[in-house]
Design a protein around this ligand. Structure first.
Ligand code: PEP
Length: 260
């Protein structure tokens, strides 16, 4: 059995209660009209934390799953402004995005922090979607694989002891220079990094590496999704801008190829 394609919408700091409700209604209508295609892929929406409750009311019980955009590494306690994994679970989340480049750049999240947060996600029963990727400067210096390797290696000590849980990890390769810029990595550039990640995972985890989904993120839209999602080691997409409107997001779901 192949890896089931995963399409994740990252709304970042966009979306109020009303727009979230409208989105939920539109996505449910759109997906029910595409029942066959939807079976082929898993769909997750990661709105701001303030919209999770209402989205859970609308989407709970449907096949559309919810995720958060970050968690604290702590379980509870005096961490003003933070949200822990149990709280995300409490509002229906199954997934959480971790180590997004915007957080690495502006919130001081380094590889170790991201590793600890990944461990917290597993501890709290969430599937972590861990973002990795190089800056434009690092790519231009020919350091892409080295940077990504460092980001992946830092996660290894934080993986669950129970080997059966490890395939629940999701990785997202997001070249920083392609996020929100309209600039696309070429299919060759994407497959090169995804293939490399799979190989590194194999070195560490053996056969389980074949079960871990590796998403691509960076200006994915309905118009370029088909060629990206068809790549051998691309198991789905992490979608920013094009996840804000249901029609744009559905266009990406329509581009999911039949891989198995
Ligand atoms: C993202 O934020 O993870 C992302 C990939 O954004 P965009 O699709 O807008 O480039």
């Amino acid at each position: 059995m192949g890896r089931r394609t995963l399409i994740v919408g990252n709304w970042k700091m966009n979306g109020l209660i009303e727009t979230a409700q409208e989105f939920a209604d539109a996505i449910l209508t759109g997906l029910s009209a595409r029942a066959g295609r939807f079976v082929q892929c898993e769909v997750v929406i990661c709105p701001p934390a303030t919209a999770l409750y209402v989205l859970n009311q609308r989407l709970g019980g449907s096949s559309v799953k919810l995720g958060g955009q970050n968690i604290s590494e702590h379980e509870s306690g005096p961490h003003t402004g933070e949200i822990c994994g149990i709280m995300l679970r409490n509002v229906g989340c199954r997934f959480v995005i971790l180590g997004h480049s915007e957080r690495r750049a502006t919130c001081g999240e380094d590889n170790e922090t991201v590793g600890r947060k990944m461990a917290a996600a597993f501890r709290d029963g969430l599937q972590p979607i861990v973002c990795v990727g190089e800056s434009l400067e690092e790519r231009d210096l020919g350091r892409t694989l080295e940077v990504v390797e460092g980001q992946i290696e830092a996660l290894i000590p934080y993986l669950p002891v129970h080997a059966a849980k490890r395939p629940l990890l999701v990785l997202a390769y997001e070249p920083v220079w392609a996020i929100g810029t309209g600039r696309n990595a070429t299919p060759e550039q994407i497959q090169e990094v995804h293939g490399f990640i799979r190989q590194r995972l194999e070195g560490e985890l053996g056969a389980d590496a074949q079960k871990i989904r590796i998403l691509y993120g960076g200006s994915v839209k309905g118009t370029n999704a088909r060629s990206i999602l068809a790549l051998k080691d691309v198991d789905g997409g992490l979608i920013g801008g094009a996840s804000l409107k249901a029609a744009d997001f559905l266009a990406i779901i329509d581009a999911v190829p039949e891989k198995f």
